[in-house]
Every structure is written in C-alpha cells, then in structure tokens.
Design a protein around this ligand. Structure first.
Ligand SMILES: NC(=O)c1ccc[n+]([C@@H]2O[C@H](COP(=O)([O-])OP(=O)(O)OC[C@H]3O[C@@H](n4cnc5c(N)ncnc54)[C@H](OP(=O)(O)O)[C@@H]3O)[C@@H](O)[C@H]2O)c1
Length: 239
C-alpha cells in the first residue's frame, strides 16, 4: 500500500533558512507549500525548486502568498490552501525579521517593537490558528516555531537586539500555549544557530543547510511524542 504523501507549509520561504527547509522537505517527498509575502520572489523560489526537483524527484512544491503580519493575508491564504488540500501535516513558522540589532532596550521605538512582535510572535500564532483545522486532519500533526537562542531567559540577556529577542521569548510562550491547547500535536520551538543568511550576515558560523537541519528533523523525523520543548541540533536547550 502506498503511504499517504505528507504535506508541509513553511512561512518566509522565498530565501534563507525557510527556502532550504522547503528544499529538504521536498527531498523527503513532502508536498510543500512555500509561503512568502512577496508573490514574485515566492513564485521564483518555488519555480527554482521545481526545476531542481525534476532531476532529483522532489515532492510537489506550491507557492502560497502569506504576509504573516497581516491577519487578512493569513485568512486569504487559508482559503487558498483549502482549495488545494484539506489536510496539513507540518507547519513551520519560519518567517521573521530583525530590525534592532543596533538598538538598545532604553531607546527602542514603539514602532520597531510592535512591528517585530507582530511578525515574529503574533504572526506565528495567527498562522497556527488559521491552519489548525487542516492540521487536525493529520494523523501526526506538527508545528515548528523557528525561535532563537536570543530569546532564552535561562542565562539572562546580553542587550543585543532587544525587540527581536523579546519577540522570540514570547514566541516560545506561544509554543507552550499551543501545546496546552493541542495535546495531540507535536509543537516545538527550535533555534537554528547563527546562520549565514541575509539576517545572520556573512560572519555567522553555520551554513544555511546546517541551520535548516534541526528544523527539518522536527518537521519530519523527530518522534511525534516530543512536544513542548526548545531544541538546537536535535538536543533540548533551556527556555
Ligand atoms: N540567521 C540566523 O542566524 C538566525 C538565528 C536564529 C534564528 N533565526 C530565525 O530563522 C528564521 C529565518 O531567518 P533567516 O536567517 O532565513 O532570515 P532571512 O534570510 O532574512 O529570511 C527571512 C524570511 O522571512 C520572511 N518574512 C519577513 N517578514 C515576513 C512577513 N511579514 N510575512 C512573511 N514572510 C516574512 C522574509 O521575506 P522577504 O524576503 O519578503 O523579506 C524572508 O523570506 C527567522 O525566524 C529568524 O528569526 C535566524
């Protein structure tokens, strides 16, 4: 009997870590919905992976427009998704912004703070809310929230990028709240490490493939019983 093809959705996937997560999941045979806020960039990214996939036998890749900072865009995306699938197995909340790596907590503006939290924290929550009905149709539903070591409270903070770090601390709060609401789901936070993307910069210690690896493991291969944890490199790290 042929196994049912698994279906994944990755936000912020036109470039960087999200793009690589789509590629890795497609390699594993998933039908992946590559979500991006910019239609042109998203379509181009999906087309690039589809072209690769012809040679390498990837799963299907479908572009889906989502701006995670806009509730209307999320609602429309869920409607669009429902025309193509009634089930989702894995949601990767990857989209994120870093606007304040040169700012400090005493002078951060409300605009930067609100924009950062709207995207990095509320965006992940609202996308989860909108796609939970599809995830509930899965035998093994998973939500992976791409967080950051910068959001850890265990060792205090070093003062770098306060709005970004607070948004990731709060995203970890979203993770544990979703765990409480969705006991049959695997919901986890993951830090990719410091990765050479537009966000991470060229001095970062990890390649994009290395950064994507732990996310893909949680999205596809980690035991379904693992939920409510914060991970890096397939190991649990403190909140
Ligand atoms: N790189 C690192 O060292 C590092 C470390 C820890 C955690 N992370 C996390 O890893 C994730 C991916 O980061 P990255 O390094 O790959 O960054 P990146 O290269 O800057 O990519 C970020 C992605 O998020 C998208 N995005 C931003 N705002 C969005 C919105 N409102 N709606 C939809 N998509 C949006 C961007 O789209 P546009 O192209 O349209 O802007 C882009 O596709 C983020 O959550 C980040 O916080 C990264």
């Amino acid at each position: 009997m042929k196994m049912q093809q698994r279906i994944a959705l990755v936000t912020g996937a036109n470039k960087g870590i999200g793009f690589e997560v789509v590629r890795d999941l497609a390699r594993k045979g998933f039908h992946v919905f590559l979500a991006a806020r910019n239609e042109k960039a998203g379509e181009a990214a999906a087309e690039k992976l589809r072209a690769e996939g012809v040679k390498e036998d990837y799963g299907e890749i479908t572009f889906l427009k989502i701006d995670v900072s806009k509730p209307d865009s999320i609602r429309r995306a869920a409607e669009e998704f429902s025309k193509k699938s009634d089930r989702l197995d894995t949601l990767v909340n990857n989209a994120g912004i870093l606007l304040d790596d040169d700012k400090d907590v005493l002078t951060i503006t409300p605009e930067i703070f609100e924009t950062t939290l709207r995207t990095n924290t509320l965006g992940a929550l609202l996308v989860s809310q909108a796609f939970v009905p599809f995830l509930k149709k899965s035998d093994a539903p998973r939500i992976v929230n791409v967080s950051s070591g910068g959001g850890q409270l265990a060792d205090g903070a070093d003062g770098w990028a306060p709005a970004y770090c607070i948004s990731k601390t709060a995203l970890n709060g979203v993770t544990v709240q979703l765990v409480a609401a969705l006991p049959k789901f695997a919901v986890n936070s993951v830090c990719p490490g410091w990765v050479r993307t537009d966000m991470g910069g060229s001095n970062a210690t990890r390649s994009i493939a290395e950064g994507a690896s732990g996310i893909v493991w949680l999205a596809a291969d980690a035991p379904q019983s693992e939920t409510g944890k914060f991970w890096r490199d397939r190991k649990v790290i403190p909140w």
